[in-house]
Design a protein around this ligand. Sequence first.
Ligand SMILES: [Zn+2]
Length: 248
Amino acid sequence: MAYLDDHPNPHLAQQRPRRADPTGLFVVHTAESALDLLGEDTGAEGVARFISERTTYGSYHQLADSDSIVPVVEPWNAAYGDGTGSNDFAIHVSFACRAADWATMDRARRDAFIRNGAQAAADAAAWLKRVHGITVPAVRISRADSDRGLPGFIAHGDRDPGRRTDPGPTFPWAEFLDTFAHLTQGDPMADYADQLDRIERKVDRSLAFGREQRQEMRNRLKALKKQGRAEARDLDELLELVGNDEED
Ligand SMILES: [Zn+2]
């Protein structure tokens, strides 16, 4: 459940079913909210509340601040994040701060913002992969490419240069895209566990094969012994070598 499902805006629905499939386009925003510098960072929650109460259209799929991610609109629905026609195929990720804050925010807070925003995008990218088979590359794309249906990231200001500038000229794109790339490259520990599983299954198979081979040899030796075609004493020694039935 996303925030607007629990807190529907009584004035205007700030989400609706998509009229087109998503293309893997992410539009990146700043919400232009005041930085919440005192105590707990309630920036994202505050913007989510604002979206659920406002009387004009404006919403995002995900909001991030320095200590939280608030899913506002589920990725299969359209959010009202862009006035230039991308809402039906875009995912809107927004930082609960102002575009001008990137330059002055302290390093730890900026890193935390970026980590949460990249995680929010990675969560939506996992859904895009699972449901639509779309792999989102960690690259910025042009407005023309975003309209051609290419996946990737674009600033809201690049979508709507006449009216918007967010997330601003000092937004740390390289850090954001690097973090996104890192988060979407797969979990190395999960890969490791997968490999261990495969090795274990292989060992089990060879052990089972070994047991079958030995049993077959025992059966053949016993048959020979029964037929009296070899010295009984030698056969007993051989049987000893192969081990008895109970050992396997
Ligand atoms: Zn915006």
